[in-house]
Design a protein. Structure first.
Length: 227
């Protein structure tokens, strides 16, 4: 049987205290540039092509397709200046979420568990999902399993680096489980992870899944309550 691991981060009370140290939200281009994809992070082959319309910007296109500006820039080396795009230009849209079906299923299962306990469902936050996806991939690329990223620091600092602002936040991570149901079973059978999933402190969730070359799946859940 494949080795399985999971871990949990701090309680909601302490998370709120940490989150109170957050700085004001930077401009979109500023934080996207700060948390650009590293050379070691895998980008999928472009899945579609978009024709720039009047009034478009890379940020608008990124939001439309729920990808990061960094991913768009990496997929479009022909763009000399990311701040200047023109109607009629062809933009390659990378497949930023190759395992989205698993991610979506985890969100669905989280909300089933919350419903069983009389709690409101969490809404999906694509920017948190992007952050979680990059965390899962980084754990593979840099061969670690920890809440503390060697690149971004704590989960809270990482969320802030990706432009997320929150009054409370938490992270669950795991690896080695083979399906959405299996990882949810692991988390729900762990008191700390279960507490995050069933917490009243959070209103949004982002789930990111990445696959190692040997087929091992890495999972990250990021929970937050935006300001």
């Amino acid at each position: 049987m494949k080795h399985k691991r999971l871990a949990i981060v701090l309680t909601a009370v302490l998370l709120s205290a940490i989150a109170s140290l957050s700085i004001s939200s930077p401009a979109a281009f500023a934080y996207e540039e700060k948390c650009g994809i590293s050379e070691n992070e895998s980008l999928e082959t472009a899945a579609t092509t978009y024709t720039v319309q009047k009034g478009d910007s890379l940020w608008k296109i990124a939001v439309k397709y729920e990808v990061g500006i960094s991913e768009l820039i990496a997929a479009n080396p022909q763009i000399a200046n990311p701040a200047l795009i023109y109607p009629g230009q062809k933009i390659s849209i990378p497949n930023a979420a190759p395992l989205k079906s698993i991610e979506d299923e985890i969100v669905r299962l989280v909300n089933i568990e919350r419903s069983k306990n009389g709690l409101a469902p969490l809404t999906s936050n694509w920017q948190a999902a992007r952050c979680a996806r990059i965390k899962s991939q980084e754990m593979i690329d840099k061969n670690y399993f920890s809440h503390t990223s060697p690149t971004y620091g704590s989960p809270f600092k990482m969320m802030e680096s990706f432009g997320l602002r929150f009054s409370a936040a938490a992270e669950n991570i795991a690896y080695g489980q083979r399906t959405a149901q299996e990882v949810m079973n692991s988390w729900m059978n762990s008191p700390g992870h279960r507490a995050n999933i069933l917490s009243k402190s959070y209103t949004q969730i982002g789930v990111g899944v990445a696959k190692k070359s040997n087929g091992t799946l890495y999972f990250t859940q990021m929970f937050l309550k935006p300001y």
